[in-house]
Structure formats: C-alpha cells, structure tokens
Design a protein around this ligand. Structure first.
Ligand code: CA2
Length: 143
C-alpha cells in the first residue's frame, strides 16, 4: 500500500510556539513518526507539506493513479478551502483528515471543515499520534 501524507500551512512550525495547543513535538518528530509507522506496517508513506493552497491542490491531483490513500491535515485551509475539497473529490482516493488539536473545543470557525466532506474518516485532538491512527485506519479499511 502506498500512502501520501499532506500537511498544510504552518505545520512545519510545530513545536516552535503554542505548545499548549499543539504539544511540544516538532515537525521533525512528525516525520520520524511517519517513517516509524511505514516501517512497522510495511507500507510506503510519502510526505508533503506546503503553505500554499494551490500546491496542496496540485499534490492531491498528482496522487491520482499513484496512491492508495491520503492522510491530510489541511491546517487553516480546513476552514476555508473548497478547492481542497474539490481536489479530494476529483481524485476519489480514500482520505483521512487529521487535526492535531481538538478543533471542536476551539473557536467556532475551526468547527467548519470543507475537506471533511470528501474524507472517509476524521481524527481530532490525538496529537501527532492521530497521523499513525489515520494510517492504521486506511490499512484496516482499504489495505
Ligand atoms: O489542529 C490541527 O491540526 C490544525 O489543523 C492546525 C492548524 C489550525 O489552523 C487548524 O485550525 C487546526 C494550525 C497549524 C499549525 O499552526 C501553528 C501555529 C503556531 C505555532 C506552530 C504551529
């Protein structure tokens, strides 16, 4: 199984500020967790992070025919991006949405997610472990 993990804006800044919300772990820790999960589960996991909405859309389109599943944390674009929603619908690859923080207990605007309408499952508030859970979910249901 070949999976693509996509992270949106500012996820590369993890661990630098707001440890109360996102924890102390860094983006490098997230990359290590993904590598670890790939080895343990014997799957290919490629990773992409961008601060640009169009680049995220391009990457989702490129996944068509090349990946069996997508794990996506669209970050702030979660709450605004119909373009990311449409890209996920267009490629129709099983996608799991991950949020490090519990967006439901934060500001009301964070409780809206456009991409979730094209995702088979959403994991919120489990910290970086949510990414591992997303991979396991895809393996269990589509592997
Ligand atoms: O909880 C999540 O995973 C989020 O997708 C993270 C986004 C936020 O906009 C979403 O509402 C929920 C933020 C990404 C990281 O932002 C940082 C902010 C300050 C310091 C470091 C990272």
């Amino acid at each position: 199984m070949k999976l693509l993990v996509i992270n949106g804006p500012n996820i590369n800044m993890l661990g630098i500020r707001e440890p109360g919300i996102y924890g102390k772990n860094t983006f490098a820790d997230l990359l290590a967790l993904l590598q670890d999960t790939a080895q343990a589960e014997n799957v290919v996991i490629n990773q992409f992070q961008s601060n640009h909405e169009g680049s995220l859309v391009d990457k989702i389109q490129e996944a068509y025919g090349n990946y069996d599943g997508i794990v996506i944390n669209p970050a702030a674009y979660t709450h605004t991006s119909v373009a990311i929603l449409d890209a996920l619908k267009a490629v129709s690859i099983p996608a799991v949405e991950v949020h490090i923080s519990d967006v439901d207990s934060r500001e009301p605007f964070r409780q809206i997610s456009y991409p979730s309408m094209a995702c088979v499952h959403t994991i919120k508030g489990h910290g970086l472990e949510g990414y591992r859970e997303a991979v396991l979910y895809l393996l269990d249901h589509y592997g």
